[in-house]
Every structure is written in structure tokens, then in C-alpha cells.
Design a protein around this ligand. Structure first.
Ligand SMILES: OC[C@H]1O[C@H](O[C@H]2O[C@H](CO)[C@@H](O)[C@H](O)[C@H]2O)[C@H](O)[C@@H](O)[C@@H]1O
Length: 580
């Protein structure tokens, strides 16, 4: 375990997979030359499990200075030396012991026949997304980029064949609605296992993802499972990993100190990957982008910013760009993000309450204090009382700071609107008995600001108002963002906010339903401009399946219900006006 963690921190994969990733990257670029860019997905090639000796596979690969193989030769080569991408994950529907076609107590408040029938279909999709890591992966890790996991997994779907960190939060939420308590617990304990091994939860369960994490929601998953099952044993098992993860996010490259105008120094966190090379899963794309840049050092800096944006989960978005039309202007690590600090604040509260639960009062006090300090930091650095939103904070790129402490400047808050500016509202739903993060009056003001923002659209909340062609921008709406904001509004103590929350959920459920009826699939993201339209943009083809989408729909149906006579198809209008 120790060498793997050290390797992860230094940005290197453990040696066994370094050689394999090197070979797969050569296969990836040969395949691009052989097959051409149309429909080319670089991720397929770094997901291929070796079926023979690596040396033989390397020797049979045409060298880059020779003409590329034909399509048929390329496919023959792949079939000879590799298994299919994803074949090292075994479909595990039959092993899901806690799946029932209609679990007792399933969505009692969903009374409409159409809504209920569809919810049962969405629930049944867990069977299609359930996998188990094949035994051969742990036996011969040098042949797989897939990381072995001890328990059953639920994957997002399609090209996302492996476990993803923040997706798992909504997968857990959905599994709990589906009464699949063991599967939810397995999901959490797999992530705990990854922290034990690497010191943090990697972006996804692949060796090429261990140079970065994703939005940290592990403590929230532990809490959800504990609240649903009362199982203190799992909390005890997870607890040391939560402490480790907290230190990963609050020290070294992730930590930032900012002095406010009254001289108080606040500690916050940022996204920052341990990587300055092309992302293996998208190496051909990253290299093409970097070809616009001359110096090797500057290319390395760009790769670092790209991987850091992937750590944010928002890959990619104008949110991380100095110029929204130019991807080479990514500056992710110079931004102190609202959502990341919201999640870490929540992590601190969760750890405090778990510590109390297991009788460790000293740690509980320490984390309560840490959460109070972060609350003050978020209020001081990220809150903007004029806009009534929390804003990302831009750090100077010229390294202008004294002994590692930046001086706060009001014009360094990013006044552009993003859905993430409203995510702290989510803390209203989960404050573990401590003081409400934003009281009802403040939540209402934030709600009014959301209503004026232009983000509320016909089919949900847009990620940003800017159309850039990036997938974390307009007109895409993403399931996690709908859920975080709607839950926050629902639990703010304001009736008006609760009505808006229900309206957002209604529009979202309808658009998911409409697209499902039209395509037979649940989509990774949706276009919020029209009901029933799936999303697009970005560097890969839109994906279906889809773990977090299903989790959010099931959670919304549980939280808001669906009355008998409420229409669910796209011809219906929302009951409440979205815009203010
Ligand atoms: O292959 C490109 C990128 O794909 C992932 O990101 C997207 O899908 C993830 C799984 O649903 C999701 O967690 C993330 O928010 C999406 O943007 C992957 O996480 C990236 O690291 C990867 O480079």
C-alpha cells in the first residue's frame, strides 16, 4: 500500500501499471492513426485488459514511424493481445442479493401510475449497472488499469465502466431509495478501501486516475448509509479513512490561505491534481490541445490545469477558464471553489458527529471547531452580499502572496454566475444538528438571486449561462447540481423556497421521463432548454446508463412524491413559475 500511495502523491502510477499505461498509450495513438478521429474514443484503449504477455503485445505494435495498420489489422491486433474494454468487470445482476423487482415500501408517495411504472424501470436499471471486478484483476494487476475492489460495484454506465467517486454519492442515494442497503454499503466500503490504499479517493477506480480525486462526498455517503441502516460498525470502519481524506483535502497542494481586510487568515481548499502530463484516458485530445503551445514547460502546466479541472468533476467549463473560448487558458488551481469548500465543511460536520457517535469527543470537538472556521472562511472570502451568492475566488497567477498567504481583494471574486454559486444551500438539508449554514431569511435572498440568475430554465437548472461547447456550461443541466440545489431550497425553512425546489424537481423528472420514453435510456446530462432533450458538448459522446441520473430521479420521487393526477410527460407545464 505505501509505495502505491507515495506514487500517487508524486503523480506516478505504481510501477506495475506504469508499464501497462505506457503500452496502452502507444496502442491508443496507433489506433487513432489507423481508425481516424471519427467516433474515436481514446478511453477505450487505456481500459483494455492485456490477455497475454506485455512484451509480446508491445513487439507486435507497429512503430510510430511506420505507416499505420489498416482498420482490420488494428482490430486483429487488439483481439490477439487484449480483452475487450470492460471485460474485466463482470455483470453482477445475479449477485445483487438485495434487489427486488418491487421492494416493500418503495416510493410510497408516488401515486401516479405512469410515474410509478417508470420509477420501477429506473430502479431495475441497477441490475444493468451492477458489476464485480473479475478475479484476474487482483491476481495479475500488471495486466489491468482497473483497480481491484473488494465488493460489488455500481458503475455510471456506457464508457464509464468503472466506479467514479462523486457519482457514487447519487448512486448511494438511489440505492437507498431502492432499499438496496447492502449494495449502498458495498459502494461506500469500496471507496474506504481506496482511501486505505492511496490516502484519498481517486477520481475513478483505474490506475490512470490515481493522480487526482473528485468532489469529496465520502463522509456524506457514510452518513446516508448510517441514517438508513443504523449500522455503527461501518461508521467505525470508515472513520480513519475520513480523517485521512480530510487531511488530503486540507493540506499541501490543496490548501490555500487568504488574509481578509481585517487581518484574519482563513484556510480554504482548491482542486489541484498531482499530474502534469496528458490524461491517459484522453491523451490524444490533450496532446492536440497542447500542440498550440510551444514550450514543454508550458505544455506541462496546461496538462496540470486540465487534470485539476477533471478533479473538480466539472470537466470542462468556462468556470475554470480565463477566457471562455480558449481551453488553453484553463487556470483551475488558481480558483478557490465554492462547491469544494461546501463539501469539506460538510465533511467536517460529518466527522464531528461520527466521532461523537463512536465516543471520541476530543476529535468531535476538533472537527466542530474546524467546521466553524471554514464557515467563517466561506462567509469572509466567498460570500458576496451584493449579489446574494457565494462566488469562486481567483488567486493571482503571478504568485503575489506573502509567506504563502494571499491578500483578499474584492474584485478577485468571480462575478460570473454558475450553478455552483448556490450549492452551499445544500447544507440546509444536512446540518447534523449544528447551526444552519444559511438561515431562512438568507436562503430566501439567495433563492431570489437564483431566480434572477437566468439559470432556471424550462427543464431544470443550467450549469452556467454561457454557451461554450464545454459540457459543464450552458445549455447542459447535470443531475447532481439539480439535486444539491433543490434539496437545499427544500430544507431552508422557507415555504416559497420549498415550492421552487418542487418545481425544479418536477421539471427535472419530466425531462428525464421524456428523454427516456423517446430513447429508452437515462442520460448522463440534459439540455435544460427543452423538456425531453439530452445534453451534449464536451470531448466525448453523450453517455447513457446512468448511475447518478437514476439516483437523482429516485431521490426526487422519494422527497417530493408524485400525486396521482400530476402529468409526467413533457406536454405538461411546471406548476410554479421558475423565473422571478
Ligand atoms: O474521459 C473524460 C473525463 O470523464 C470523466 O468525467 C465525466 O464523467 C464522470 C463520470 O460520470 C463524472 O464524474 C465527471 O463529472 C464528468 O465530467 C472523468 O471523471 C474525468 O476524469 C475524465 O477525464
Amino acid at each position: 500500500a505505501a509505495p502505491a500511495a507515495a506514487a500517487a502523491r508524486s503523480g506516478e502510477e505504481p510501477t506495475t501499471s506504469t508499464a501497462l499505461i505506457g503500452l496502452l498509450l502507444r496502442v491508443q495513438s496507433t489506433a487513432l492513426r489507423a481508425l481516424g478521429p471519427d467516433g474515436f474514443d481514446p478511453k477505450r484503449y487505456v481500459d483494455l485488459p492485456l490477455s497475454t504477455d506485455a512484451r509480446a503485445a508491445a513487439a507486435a505494435l507497429p512503430s510510430p514511424d511506420k505507416p499505420p495498420p489498416s482498420r482490420a489489422e488494428m482490430e486483429r491486433y487488439l483481439a490477439r493481445y487484449f480483452g475487450a474494454a470492460g471485460s474485466d468487470l463482470v455483470p453482477a445482476a445475479a449477485e445483487l442479493e438485495d434487489f427486488e423487482a418491487e421492494p416493500r415500501g418503495f416510493l410510497p408517495r408516488v401515486r401516479s401510475r405512469a410515474a410509478r411504472a417508470w420509477a420501477l424501470e429506473v430502479h431495475a436499471l441497477w441490475r444493468l449497472l451492477a458489476r464485480r471486478v473479475a478475479r484476474g484483476v487482483a491476481e495479475r494487476p500488471e495486466r489491468h488499469t482497473l483497480l481491484p475492489l473488494p465488493r460489488g460495484v455500481v458503475v455510471p454506465g456506457a464508457r464509464f465502466r468503472e466506479v467514479y467517486y462523486w457519482d457514487s454519492y447519487w448512486i448511494v442515494r438511489g440505492l437507498l431509495v431502492s432499499k438496496m442497503y447492502y449494495s449502498a454499503k458495498d459502494t461506500v466500503l469500496n471507496l474506504v478501501h481506496l482511501v486505505q490504499k492511496y490516502g484519498f479517493v481517486p477520481n475513478g477506480a483505474r490506475s490512470y486516475y490515481i493522480n487526482r480525486s473528485q468532489p469529496p462526498l465520502l463522509s456524506s455517503m457514510v452518513l446516508e448509509v448510517y441514517e438508513a441502516t443504523g449500522d455503527v460498525k461501518s461508521v467505525r470502519e470508515a472513520f480513519p479513512s475520513l480523517l485521512k481524506e480530510h487531511s488530503f483535502w486540507t493540506s499541501e497542494i490543496h490548501s490555500v490561505a487568504i488574509r481578509d481586510n481585517r487581518g484574519h487568515v482563513h484556510n480554504l481548499s482548491r482542486y489541484q491534481a498531482n499530474w502534469n502530463r496528458p490524461r491517459p484516458e484522453s491523451a490524444t485530445i490533450d496532446e492536440e490541445l497542447a500542440s498550440k503551445i510551444n514550450s514543454t514547460a508550458d505544455k506541462g502546466k496546461l496538462y496540470h490545469q486540465i487534470a485539476s479541472a477533471a478533479e473538480s468533476g466539472w470537466d470542462f467549463s468556462s468556470r475554470w477558464m480565463r477566457n471562455s473560448t480558449d481551453m488553453t487558458m484553463l487556470a483551475t488551481t488558481y480558483i478557490v471553489p465554492v462547491d469544494l469548500n461546501t463539501f469539506i465543511f460538510k465533511m467536517e460536520l460529518d466527522i464531528a458527529s461520527f466521532a461523537k457517535l463512536i465516543g471520541d469527543n476530543e476529535t468531535s470537538e476538533k472537527f466542530l471547531e474546524a467546521s466553524k472556521a471554514r464557515h467563517i472562511a466561506i462567509d469572509s472570502i466567498l460570500w458576496n452580499s451584493e449579489m446574494e451568492q457565494w462566488l469562486d475566488y481567483w488567486l493571482p497567477t503571478d504568485g503575489d502572496c506573502q509567506q504563502g498567504v494571499y491578500q483578499w481583494k474584492s474584485d478577485s471574486q468571480n462575478r460570473d454566475t454558475f450553478a455552483s454559486n448556490f450549492i452551499p444551500l445544500w447544507l440546509n438539508a444536512h446540518h447534523s444538528g449544528s447551526v444552519q449554514f444559511a438561515d431562512t431569511a438568507k436562503s430566501e435572498r439567495v433563492m431570489a438571486s437564483l431566480q434572477k440568475s437566468g439559470l432556471l430554465r424550462a427543464a431544470g437548472i443550467a450549469t452556467s449561462p454561457t454557451r461554450t461547447g464545454q459540457q459543464w456550461d450552458f445549455p447542459n443541466g447535470w443531475p447532481p447540481l439539480q439535486h444539491l440545489i433543490a434539496e437545499g431550497l427544500l430544507h431552508s425553512g422557507s415555504k416559497e423556497a420549498a415550492r421552487l425546489a418542487e418545481d425544479i424537481a418536477t421539471r427535472w423528472v419530466r425531462t428525464n421521463y421524456g428523454a427516456y420514453k423517446a430513447t429508452g435510456k437515462m442520460h448522463e446530462k440534459y439540455d435544460v432548454e427543452a423538456c425531453g432533450k439530452s445534453g451534449g458538448g464536451g470531448e466525448y459522446k453523450p453517455q447513457t446508463g446512468f448511475g447518478w441520473t437514476n439516483g437523482v430521479v429516485l431521490s426526487f420521487l422519494e422527497e417530493f412524491g408524485w400525486p396521482q393526477h400530476k402529468g409526467i410527460d413533457c406536454s405538461r407545464r411546471g406548476e410554479v413559475g421558475l423565473t422571478g
